[in-house]
Design a protein around this ligand. Sequence first.
Ligand code: DC
Length: 205
Amino acid sequence: MKIAIDGPAAAGKTTLAKRLAEELGFLFVPTGAMYRAVAWAQRNGIDWKRAKLEVREGGRIYLDGRDITDELANPEIDELSSKVAVDSEVRRHLVALQREIARGRDVVMEGRDIGTVVLPDAELKIFLWATPEERARRRLRERGGKFEEILEAIKRRDERDSSRTDSPLRPAEDAVIIDTTDKSPEETLRVVLELVEERRGKSCG
Ligand code: DC
């Protein structure tokens, strides 16, 4: 079974996808972290086209055999990754890699274009949403910083991710849209697990 989770920045996609993958015993694939790895490579003068990018256990990201996961979650890489994601060459390269990773496996893959482009045949597509203010509050709790600056950065990324011509952020037609503004991570997980059971029931006849 393939599960696609899309949505805007800081909507809780990674938290949900990781927990869901643990519950189901599926592979967790955070595609945002892959765009972040390309941004990180460019910033460090590494040729991303030649570098070996791997997603390992628990969604850890390796570049040429080195675990760079902890260097990817900061405001600089937030901004740079959203910029590199506009580049069609980068997208082609990463989409091919993402499809390859998912081939023949049960996966929970999260990003912006998973339900629309990467895995259009996914059995379950979720589009996670929350107001920009709620998303900024969550990011503030996670990383600290200044609320207004975080909110501005989130709005800027929403705008860039949604307005690009190649694979913009939007819900797939058959996605279930979940507004998580007033939901805890546990509640969201429960709702999605119920949807998984429903879909599994259907596919068994
Ligand atoms: O989900 P995230 O914040 O880690 O993603 C970082 C950036 O990567 C995001 O601003 C847009 C881009 N991205 C994308 O274009 N397509 C994806 N499938 C995942 C992320």
